[in-house]
Design a protein around this ligand. Structure first.
Ligand SMILES: *[C@@H]1O[C@H](CO)[C@@H](O)[C@H](O)[C@H]1NC(C)=O
Length: 445
């Protein structure tokens, strides 16, 4: 018997003896705990940092709305070409899917959104939006720059990628449901898990925040046309007044959350649109109302949807009006709730903790905002988190979707390094899990 056979047997014996901790041993081997810091230091190098800042500013100057991100998409592809990263294009109109690694399983995805908002930038600076009425006021320019940053880190550390990382550059997050179209176009084929980042002006650079389980609300929107019969405002008996009817409809809608929903199951319903009439002495024929509703489970969302329709139609009828209600449309699809998978939360805490220390990793309450990242999470486990990019020179943090939105670009290396570390660590752990599953631990399954 040769020496290598003996050592192989000893190795097997070792595996049998150390069964419960073997996977832990593998995870902590090969300097994996150092990866996040190493990647961060790589991304902080002046040359890499300036490159990311340059990309972010270029995108900021040329904001494009959902499904119109042609220049942004072109910039992404040019950078991928320079790095020698293969990609698929077009996916969902302007979307790009890049691939780094072996081209073989396991596959993990990291995602950025590319679209801007219909908003006039009010910040006076060298890189102000050059497209009137359009602005990156939600940080998607930083998301795209950070995903390219992650691509560069991963490409330069290819040997650490134990499988394949899929770079998902998606269009139309702001209401257009770009993620849904990416999924339909096959973006998640073979992919086991996906990670997404949102920059935030409410956390300092070097901090992150997230939670396990329901994180962001699912959302739907509705529009209703309440029809009556127009006429002279001073002779109401010959009219059917849709303004009064719509007013009562709105009051009744406000009782859905307060009286029919579990107080511990957070929901919101807002009528944000009320249009009707144009003169002080004419009762109009009809009134159009519209709004949004949100909840943290699909079940609660669907229950709200059903009751919204019943209440609008029923309450309109009380004042002799007819109502038609419409919900999702192409421009405004339902967004499912963003629900973070528990196992990925633990991985995130380990990876972010290795980079930022436990003090930099915050647990946060769920938010009523919504994200189309949830379309990916409907298909595979996913994890979404906030990354601190607060501009400390401002007295008050600016809200996203504000024309005064400003962020600290110093957060870019953190986002890039977190994306890259999460992908690398996920793949290593997935490989370990697969080995465990296929061999050593099969008796436990
Ligand atoms: C409501 O619909 C019914 C049935 O179509 C119709 O007879 C009635 O005139 C409508 N009422 C109004 C106020 O439009």
């Amino acid at each position: 018997m040769s020496f290598s056979k003996v050592s192989f047997l000893i190795f097997i014996l070792f595996l049998l003896l150390c069964k419960p901790t073997f996977s832990d041993l593998l995870l902590t081997s090969k300097d994996l705990p150092e990866i996040p810091i190493n990647f961060l230091n790589f991304a902080k190098q002046t040359e890499v940092f300036d490159w990311m800042v340059g990309i972010r500013r270029q995108i900021h100057e040329n904001p494009e709305l959902g499904y119109e991100e042609f220049e942004t998409s072109k910039l992404i592809r040019e950078e991928l070409d320079k790095m020698g990263i293969p990609y698929r294009y077009p996916v969902a109109v302007t979307g790009v899917l890049g691939y780094i690694g072996s081209g073989k399983p396991p596959f993990v995805a990291i995602r950025a959104d590319m679209d801007a908002l219909s908003l006039q930038e009010m910040v006076e600076w060298d890189h102000k939006s050059k497209n009137p009425g359009k602005m990156h006021a939600c940080g998607h320019d930083t998301h795209t720059a950070m995903l390219l940053g992650a691509a560069r880190i991963l490409q330069e550390h290819r040997d650490l990628v134990k499988g394949t990382v899929v770079l998902v550059f998606q269009p139309a997050e702001e209401g257009g449901g770009g993620a849904k179209k990416m999924v339909e176009a096959g973006a998640l084929e073979n992919v086991e898990a996906i990670f997404g980042i949102h920059s935030t002006t409410f956390l300092p650079v070097g901090e992150v925040a997230s939670r396990s389980g329901p994180f962001l609300a699912g959302s739907g929107s509705f529009e209703a046309v309440i029809s009556g019969k127009g006429g002279h405002a001073a002779i109401p008996q010959h009219s059917v007044d849709p303004i009064l009817s719509a007013s009562n409809v709105i009051m009744s809608l406000q009782h859905l959350v307060s009286r029919e929903a579990d107080p511990l199951d957070s929901q919101v319903l807002t009528v944000a649109k009320f249009q009707g009439g144009g003169a002080f002495n004419v009762i109009p024929d009809s009134v159009t109302i519209g709004g949004t509703f949100r909840a943290f489970s699909k079940e609660s969302l669907m229950k709200l949807k059903q009751r919204i329709e019943e209440v609008i139609v029923g309450q309109a009828a009380v004042q002799r009006c007819n109502a038609t209600v419409t919900f999702e449309s192409k421009d405004r699809p339902f967004f499912p709730p963003t629900v973070n998978e528990g196992g990925l939360h633990k991985l995130f805490q380990r990876v972010a903790g290795d980079m930022l220390g436990t003090a930099g990793v915050n647990d946060m309450q769920p938010l009523m905002g919504s994200e189309d990242f949830s379309f990916y999470q409907e298909i595979i486990p996913g994890y979404f988190f906030f990354l601190g990019m607060k501009d400390e020179t401002l007295e008050q943090p600016v809200m996203p979707h504000s024309p005064y939105f400003r962020i600290d670009e110093g957060g870019l290396p953190y986002g890039a390094a977190l994306h890259a570390s999460l992908a690398v660590r996920y793949l290593s752990e997935s490989q370990t899990a697969a080995r465990t599953y296929n061999g050593y631990h099969h008796d436990e399954l």
